[in-house]
Design a protein around this ligand. Structure first.
Ligand code: 6PG
Length: 252
């Protein structure tokens, strides 16, 4: 059965940021009470800016940051201090402003090829499942994160799973790689759909008018028979919640 999908539309990106912070904090309290931790997967892109309210009062003091575990949905294979690094983006815009212990943050390993970096990240996730740090999905056997925060490109890509690129069809691997990403830089690693869809909760966070056409394809009523965009394959075991501003929702 398809998971429940909730669509929130807001007048402004500022309202998206506030609603997103409240939604995340609510989930953090629930997960920490249930598991003792809150495992969160971050995208790059505009999402990190939209997370800004979490770092500000009153939200910043409404969660136990020491229980958060941070992972990366996709990452550019560059040094962690490179301007293209999603880790650097997340660190500068979010992580350095809150008190998540460094040992709870899982960036990619540097100085590996894309293939090696993907394999190493997958092995690390499997180890965290084996030692009980991460939950596992009883249905798929993949790791089950409490929350994935997913952005979407204007042509409907999510993570580094792009239209017309085979990585979107991966069934077995947890993490794979791409060396010809149409969005620069070309060398990246990315979670696969089976891992993404094993999540408890996914928030699709999409703002700005560039995204409006793909939002219409993903959520509109008349496009179901066309070849699906990557974003249309997002279907987590738990809930799916869309956060849209007026511009992103303008074609709905
Ligand atoms: O490496 C990346 O670029 C991101 O992780 C990517 O998957 C991003 O989430 C989308 O491209 C949306 O990006 P925007 O929100 O900037 O459009």
């Amino acid at each position: 059965m398809a998971p429940p999908t909730t669509i929130h539309k807001f007048e402004s990106e500022e309202q998206v940021a506030v609603a997103l912070a409240i939604y995340i904090l609510h989930l953090s309290v629930k997960s920490i009470a249930a598991n003792g931790t809150f495992s969160v997967v971050l995208s790059g892109g505009t999402l990190i800016h939209t997370l800004r309210k979490l770092t500000e009062p009153p939200y910043v003091s409404s969660t136990d940051w020491s229980k958060w575990l941070i992972f990366f949905l996709d990452e550019r294979v560059v040094p962690l201090d490179h301007p293209d690094s999603n880790y650097k983006l997340a660190y500068d815009g979010f992580l350095r402003k809150v008190s998540i212990p460094e040992s709870n943050i899982y960036p990619i390993k540097e100085k590996l090829s894309p293939e090696e970096a993907a394999d190493e990240y997958e092995e690390r996730l499997k180890h965290l499942v084996a030692n009980g740090t991460l939950k596992t999905s009883p249905t798929t056997g993949f790791a089950k994160f409490d929350l994935m925060l997913v952005g979407m490109g204007p042509e409907g890509h999510v993570a580094s799973l792009f239209c017309w690129h085979f990585q979107r069809f991966e069934k077995k691997k947890w993490v794979t790689f791409i060396t010809d990403s149409p969005k620069p830089p070309p060398r990246r690693i990315t979670f696969t759909f089976p891992l993404i869809n094993s999540a408890d909760e996914i928030a699709m966070v999409v703002t700005g008018e560039d995204a409006a056409d793909a939002v219409k394809v993903a959520l509109g009523k008349h496009y179901a028979d066309y070849y699906p965009l990557p974003v249309q394959k997002v279907s987590p075991e738990g809930g799916l919640t869309w956060f849209l501003d007026k511009e992103a929702a303008s074609e709905l």
